[in-house]
Ligand binder design. Structure first.
Ligand SMILES: NC(=O)c1ccc[n+]([C@@H]2O[C@H](COP(=O)([O-])OP(=O)(O)OC[C@H]3O[C@@H](n4cnc5c(N)ncnc54)[C@H](O)[C@@H]3O)[C@@H](O)[C@H]2O)c1
Length: 510
């Protein structure tokens, strides 16, 4: 738990605002060996925070994660500042007060008159510009963003955000402090959403677009993203957990701060649900209902068993075709190996970013026989299929039955450019690639920060390398062509590296 192995470049850290974030930062700082002075404008808030943190240490000692001497030592390092002036001895003050620009500017102006000339002023803001907070200070070069995630001790990452006028030495010292507190420090530029909240824009917004196109329901989208995509949680479960009051505000904030960048466009669906009070878990209803805190997940639609029929597989992508052929053989269904399918055959297509309709027409096939299978993540955990509006129902049922023959779950979708997984993954990779293009952070930092901050199975650039940059390009280009929506335009970072066959993460960054 303690992180005293990495020395801290600061000795006394002041916290202003001892709510959810301030108390977590205080806990880590004390564990890292710093003296911590706590100030809050609200009467009794500091004592409450101290009780809370001491309680955590007490329980850790009971569970023998730390010794009772350590718990005692840490506790002695937490000291209440009765007034702001008491922070005069701090060599760094971290503010975690209300998320309002004027309040933070006012606090830092006051602190400039209290702390020594070389003390650092750090802000835990998640959505305000560090440069704007610093602009109200006499010495903006000592102001920096030090952005932790909730819950602070468990989320092992902190973003270090120098403003435009922040001194390099201040940035280095704050990076060292983050490391001493036991966290991965992700240095990023002072841009809307910084790194993690910027990289997180695609997951929810693309899922909402898929929902708004009636491709399928929230539970199916969540199941696909968890089973096929390897995400810990689906986008609608996450929206419900965070609460629409928070997530819709973040979606709108980053979108507007980037001057209506289409890649971040929020959905009218969340605004309306917010108005209706369907915030998520905290109000007992969001995209799901909650009874006694338990998410009420609708049952998966049953897959009816169909009799075997001849199956013809498109050779669009030979590797995907081979995987499907193996599955057909294993199920004991007859396979047609001719160039063209017979009129009774179920035709399986493997599009990337195309819908079943255009994929069938491009190959000169009868769309009535065609069903598309998402092969982006292979066939292991769950299989997604979709059909054109004129695909015969018996063909859809046959395909679902075939794909379910070995017991693997199957999700049936309406025709869509890019199924569910392809769309969400391509958007995540593209947003991540553009973060790299903008130089918000180093590629390796982008990956690690997203893995730690968002819990994705891969950081966005590694995700692109995993699925193949050229396949991601195909998905995006087809989505762009079909929709005309610049939301899907590939970032130059992705386009160039895919064209050159390069990794999205490694190699030169210019
Ligand atoms: N909660 C999160 O998930 C999260 C994550 C990252 C960053 N942040 C940011 O951290 C900051 C704090 O968030 P929180 O969730 O801990 O809030 P919170 O409401 O839990 O705590 C804020 C505390 O600040 C005190 N306070 C408010 N104005 C003050 C002032 N002018 N001077 C002194 N004390 C003041 C309040 O009394 C309260 O105790 C915000 O800037 C927020 O955007 C929050």
């Amino acid at each position: 738990m303690a992180s005293e192995s990495t020395p801290s470049p600061f000795t006394t850290l002041g916290i202003v605002g001892t709510g959810a974030m301030g108390r977590g930062i205080a806990q880590l700082a004390a564990q890292a060996g710093l003296n911590v002075m706590l100030f809050d404008a609200k009467e009794g808030a500091v004592s409450e925070a101290q009780r809370f943190i001491n309680g955590l240490w007490h329980r850790s000692a009971e569970k023998q994660r730390i010794t009772s001497e350590e718990a005692q030592q840490y506790s002695e390092r937490l000291v209440e500042a009765q007034e702001l002036h008491a922070l005069a001895t701090c060599d760094i003050v971290v503010e975690a007060i209300v998320e309002k620009l004027e309040a933070k500017q006012g606090l830092f102006s006051d602190l400039e008159g209290i702390v020594s000339q070389d003390a650092v002023l750090a802000t835990n803001t998640s959505s305000l510009s560090v440069t704007a907070i610093a602009a109200a200070c006499q010495h903006p070069e000592r102001v920096i963003g030090f952005h932790f995630f909730n819950p602070v001790p468990l989320m092992k990452i902190v973003e270090v955000i120098p403003g435009l006028r922040t001194d390099d030495e201040v940035t280095q010292r704050v990076n060292a402090l983050g490391a001493a507190m036991g966290h991965f420090t992700a240095q990023a530029t002072d841009t809307p959403g910084f790194l993690v909240n910027h990289a997180g824009r695609a997951f929810g917004t693309e899922a909402l677009r898929i929902l708004s196109e009636s491709v399928t329901d929230p539970a199916t989208i969540d199941r696909i993203m968890v089973d096929q995509g390897g995400f810990r949680m689906g986008p609608f479960t996450l929206l419900d957990l965070t609460g629409l009051d928070v997530s819709h505000a973040v979606m709108e904030s980053v979108y507007h701060q980037y001057y209506e960048e289409p890649r971040f466009r929020p959905s009218p669906l969340t605004r309306q649900r917010l108005t209706a009070g369907l915030l998520g878990r905290k109000t007992g209803e969001g995209f799901y209902r909650y009874v006694d805190g338990q998410q009420q997940l609708p049952d998966e639609p049953a897959i009816a068993q169909a009799s075997p029929c001849p199956v013809w597989i498109s050779q669009d992508d030979p590797d995907s075709a081979a995987q499907l052929a193996e599955l057909v053989n294993a199920a004991g269904w007859p396979l047609e190996s001719t160039d063209q399918p017979s009129s009774q055959a179920l035709c399986l297509l493997t599009p990337l970013g195309e819908d079943t309709t255009s994929c069938a027409l491009r190959q000169g096939l009868n769309a009535e026989q065609c069903v598309a299978v998402d092969m982006l993540a292979g066939l292991d955990k769950r299989r997604s299929l979709m059909a054109s509006p004129i695909t015969r129902p018996e063909m859809v049922n046959a395909a679902a039955s075939l794909l379910n023959a070995d017991g693997t779950p199957v999700s049936k979708l309406q025709d869509s450019n890019g199924f569910v997984l392809q769309r969400v993954v391509a958007c995540i990779v593209n947003v991540g690639a553009d973060i790299a293009q903008q130089g918000v952070a180093e590629p390796a930092t982008i990956n690690r920060a997203v893995e730690l901050g968002l819990g994705y199975p891969f950081g966005p650039l590694r995700m692109g390398d995993h699925y193949g940059a050229s396949r991601i390009m195909t998905i995006l280009n087809n989505l762009l062509e079909a929709t005309g929506d610049p939301r899907y335009r590939p970032s130059p970072w992705l386009r160039r590296r895919a064209a050159l066959g390069m990794s999205l993460t490694d190699g030169p960054t210019s």
